[in-house]
Write a protein that binds this ligand. Sequence first.
Ligand code: AHR
Length: 664
Amino acid sequence: MHRFISHVSVSAGLALVCAGTNFLHAQPAPAPVLRIDAGKVTAMASPALFGLMTEEINYSYEGGLYGELIRNRSFKSSATEPKFWTAAGGAAITLDTGTPLNGALNLSLKVDASQASPAAPAGVANAGYWGIPARPRTKYRASFYARAAEGFHGPITAAILGPDGKTALAKAGISGLTTEWKKYEVTLKTKNAQPSKDNTFAITTTVPGTIWLQQVSLFPPTFHDRPNGNRPDIMELLGGLNPKFLRFPGGNYLEGNTIETRFNWKNAIGDPARRPGHRDDGWGYWSTDGLGLLEFLDWCEDLKMQPVLAIYAGYSMRQQHVEPGPDLQPYVQDGLDEIEYVTGDASTTWGARRAKDGHPAPFPLRYVEIGNEDFFDRSRSYDGRFAQFYDAIKAKYPSLQIIATDRIHSRAPDLQDEHYYRSQEQMESHAHDYDKYSRTNHTKIFCGEWATRVGSPTPNMAGALGDAAWMTGMERNSDLVVMSCYAPLFVNVSPGAMQWKTDLIGYDALNSYGSPAYYAQKMFSTHHGDEILDTSSENIPAFHWQPPANRRRNGADSQPPPAEDVPALFFDATRDSHNGLIYLKIVNSRGEAQPVRIALSGVSKIAAKGKSTTLKAASPDDTNSINDPKKIIPVTETIEGLAADFTRTFPAYSITVLEIKTGN
Ligand code: AHR
């Protein structure tokens, strides 16, 4: 519980008026005053401040954004059994390494349906990622590779079956199977049934025989109708965040536990049926790499985001690393090839490959990140590895901005990636950190992973309040903090799907929702001016907080750090220079409504009428969920009484954006 004490003043830094005191209000506290000097633009705000960070975690892509509905479509998830597949109607199913589809999908599923009959269809079924969704009057694209034993030609049936495993919600017949591998594609169209998710997908036959299957796939309608594309509902939620960039493909997913299991982009392009896939061992499941490099770029294009391309830098999480020098050179070359795949025209080797893969036009690229969290590399080889990548990339692509993931001494990176996973109190305590950063460094800040980790699977209102406090600090300093992205972005909320708690957007096979933190971020990213205005304050309420002790490697706690007085009211102001609209963000993390005096100088005209958008909750524990997806959402209203000096009361546990029209 926060314990409120006397007040602090906040200008560029944080100065305690009564540091060390610890009294509860004996008499009414003076109202906080927020001063905005609109005549003083402290800096230009970064237009790219708010973006997205993504990796394969919590079933983010497979079982999430990526449209594929079949789990373990290539049967490679386990070497010993056809995991997530069940035999139907007395068939026997086995993994067969003797009948591969190709070198990448080097095994298949043998389905022995010798007992099949019209009364007892036999075959194989898949329950998807915690269910196969079916919506009314919807077309699903089923496809698979199949070959048959001598003498069997079908027919076979592909169907979406209801929860009883028998009633077909949609089905289609396929015949003419031969002893050669061939791809079969059918459309399954549902009728008028209610939306449901506890369904299965099945391939069965009523004629006795044996078949082999590979790359069994089922896609619902996708965003922009892209083949091998993404789920529309999740893409729409992402679009609502107005994101300016996408950092991909990780995160730990980029590095893998070992060099072998890194994200190897060359295995994640071209025909999905020729991608071998790999174990996402950082997060513990198989990835088909169906959402590969070109799909990441298409995703950027669809949401008008710029790619922030993280390239593998010779370090994997189980402390495997590649020494700088000749050993690292092939990885540097891989990175250069990857940049060429993204940006090269058709006259280049990898640009031509991208064109062949379906995207003739080069993608724009400004940011390349070298590795991920290389401060975990105990060999301390990052400085040397970074320098080798940096020199090679700058030599070929001088205009690219290069991001470092640990402190570098031998080069001056263009950006430094900082990661912060914190409690609400920590976020609030650090909300003014960037006010104190040097402005003379060449290196800008990319806050490439951050989150207030309160709430599971998705953040609650306390998480949103911590995030919003942190975002006021980033926005106020967005001349320096030029990009930021929350992490992780996604979680499949079905039982057993989550590896990391507190994720911005949740979903199951059928539905999706934004957490309160999602809406807090949306409020910031859709009300972001290009000018940062000078602000100062008086009488900011604060609470007394004892930061926890740090846990040492040996499990013992260190001496707890000194107690602190932490502000409980946060704000920042930006202005759209094109129309004079001021966006004033105010975060009240207290459990009491807070009257605040707002003093606005430096403008001659202020419209009395404006807008207020507020996200609030009755308790910091309140949250959204898959069953109650819109419990906490922003509400916008027209407000009156705006002036050079006015007082407004901000609700308990609230985040507010005031839109104030000004002019000179
Ligand atoms: O966001 C979850 C993980 O946190 C990321 O994969 C990693 O970069 C960080 O440690």
